[in-house]
Write a protein that binds this ligand. Structure first.
Ligand SMILES: Nc1ncnc2c1ncn2[C@@H]1O[C@H](COP(=O)(O)OP(=O)(O)OP(=O)(O)O)[C@@H](O)[C@H]1O
Ligand SMILES: [Mg+2]
Length: 211
């Protein structure tokens, strides 16, 4: 019997340090806790997500590496192993890798710091998602406390480019940073904390947004 296809989320952005790996790992771990068979495919030669997986050991989710050109094959293997959800982490400044990930995805998430130069980098993604017609959403990351105006301006900038913004944002929170550096996620070092709640809310939203 052929393996059923997993749902695939591509996490992409041109900008370095926008939060791609943080978002991919937190979302995948949240899905794994929700009993979804989940794996992360790390297509970044820096292999940051894979290193996190090594530090984590046997705890879920599984993390595998794949060169972008082998992505379809790696996803086939994940499907054969019964994966229901695949989250693809991508490198910065790498249009080809981003294109490969967007091509196979059911949903594209674009983590972006809510600052002008970061928002400007969204332009490079618009054509790619328009070309494939894949649903895509900007996820504002590292939002300073009380920065309502900043969030509204960022949403407007995304809208001007024709991109939707996810209603869930991630604040600038030490728990994201500290947990990742230990092979953990925010909810594991600070259960019930603000970061953990943001991740839960994002997972809930993603489940509905996934076509
Ligand atoms: N919401 C946040 N709050 C606090 N720190 C964060 C947040 N998001 C990311 N970080 C930290 O910012 C740094 C960059 O994040 P991350 O590695 O996820 O970005 P990236 O887009 O994957 O970077 P690269 O483009 O180099 O792959 C990391 O040290 C991470 O822990
Ligand atoms: Mg990264």
């Amino acid at each position: 019997m052929p393996a059923s296809s997993p749902k695939i989320i591509a996490v992409v952005s041109q900008k370095g340090g926008s939060g791609k790996t943080t978002l991919a790992l937190h979302l995948a771990t949240c899905a794994a806790y929700a009993k979804q068979q989940t794996c992360v495919i790390d297509t970044d030669p820096q292999a940051t997500a894979a290193a996190w997986g090594d530090w984590r050991g046997d705890f879920l989710p599984a993390v595998v590496t794949s060169p972008p050109a082998r992505l379809a094959r790696t996803i086939d293997n994940a499907a054969k192993q019964g994966m229901e959800l695949v989250v693809i982490d991508t490198p910065p400044h790498a249009e080809a890798a981003m294109r490969e990930a967007i091509k196979v995805a059911n949903l594209v998430l674009i983590p972006t710091r809510p600052r002008a130069f970061d928002l400007h980098a969204l332009e490079g993604i618009v054509d790619l998602v328009n070309y494939t017609g894949t649903p895509a959403s900007v996820v504002l990351n590292g939002v300073p406390a009380g920065a309502t105006r900043m969030v509204e301006d960022a949403k407007a900038a995304a809208r001007n480019l024709g991109l939707d913004t996810c209603p869930i944002t991630f604040g600038d929170r030490a728990a994201f940073h500290r947990s990742s550096a230990k092979g953990e996620v925010a909810g594991e070092i600070k259960p019930g904390g603000k970061a953990a709640k943001e991740v839960e809310a994002l997972w809930k939203w993603v489940k509905k947004a996934l076509p």
